[in-house]
Design a protein around this ligand. Structure first.
Ligand code: FE
Ligand code: FE
Length: 280
């Protein structure tokens, strides 16, 4: 297994939650870097050093053929659940519970069924970690590759060691892209978002695809960076990503859901959108 600075993948999620406390001041982002725990800093150092444009594109090419395995969606949730249990004995919530809590909070607010389902599955891409991908290629805030890094990416100073720093073409504001080319043309850093988008894209409505693909793109959906890469369709769809985000971040304090009691409801919901086996 690769170097694993984080005690568990959840440590990154927890840190994002700390960064975006609901009462956060506008100024807080800039000062945030100093308060980051050492393990999380080391995680971002690795992420920002190794997530090059070539890396992101080669991982996409490796995984987008979806020939790794076939699993049912609930089965994939149970598989993902094997992750936290042995890597972090201190974690209070399992992966299945985080996914269920997100879905249940969306359901309580009366949102459409596809939105609830998106909550249930949004982190399934973390199975990448079980397949031996390093933490920095599974989680972390995502950002465009192939153009200059925004200083709105957390701990952006660690990009100094990224080999793309030596590629002049990638260091201009637009890099390899055209003004307002649209996110669909942009190679984001590789992680659980981009991967699950490819697994689920043909089964879900487009707002769900955006929620899955960009939920970790905090520099874009939360900090307003890279506006010059977005088109009007992205701006419309990012509203859905923003609608989704609080359920992901702030449902963790809710009472832990009971997977056994909830399973029949969610199996029905899964069957409405997905075949019994899905290609990963
Ligand atoms: Fe996630
Ligand atoms: Fe999540």
């Amino acid at each position: 297994m690769h170097a694993a600075p984080l005690a568990s993948l959840d440590q990154w999620d927890d840190d994002v939650r700390a960064r975006y406390q609901p009462d956060r001041q506008k100024e807080a982002f800039r000062q945030y870097g100093e308060g980051v725990p050492e393990r999380v800093r080391e995680f971002y150092r690795l992420n920002h050093t190794h997530q090059t444009r070539d890396f992101a594109r080669s991982k996409r090419a490796q995984y987008e053929g979806l020939n790794k395995t076939q699993m049912g969606i609930w089965e994939a949730l149970e598989f993902l659940n094997t992750l936290v249990d042995d890597s972090d004995p201190d974690t209070d919530l399992s992966q299945i519970q985080h996914n269920l809590q997100t879905a249940e909070a969306i359901r309580r607010d009366g949102h459409p069924r596809w939105f609830v389902l998106t909550g249930l599955i949004h982190d399934l891409g973390k199975v990448l970690w079980l397949w031996g991908e390093p933490q920095w290629a599974v989680v972390g805030d995502t950002f465009p590759t192939g153009c200059a890094w925004s200083d709105k990416v957390v701990l952006h100073e660690f990009f100094a060691e990224n080999p793309d720093k030596q590629v002049p073409e990638y260091q201009s504001r637009l890099g390899v892209y055209r003004e307002h080319c649209g996110l669909r043309s942009v190679s984001m850093s590789w992680g659980h978002d981009e991967y699950l988008f490819h697994v689920t894209r043909k089964y879900l409505p487009e707002p769900a695809q955006y929620m899955i693909r960009y939920h970790s793109a905090y520099p874009i959906h939360r900090e307003g960076a890279y506006e010059y890469l977005l088109d009007s369709h992205d701006r419309e769809m990012l509203e859905w990503v923003r609608k989704f985000n609080p359920y992901d971040l702030y449902s963790k304090s809710d009472a832990p859901p009971d997977p056994i009691a909830l399973r029949p409801y969610y199996e029905d919901l899964i069957a409405e959108f997905f075949p019994s086996k899905v290609a990963f």
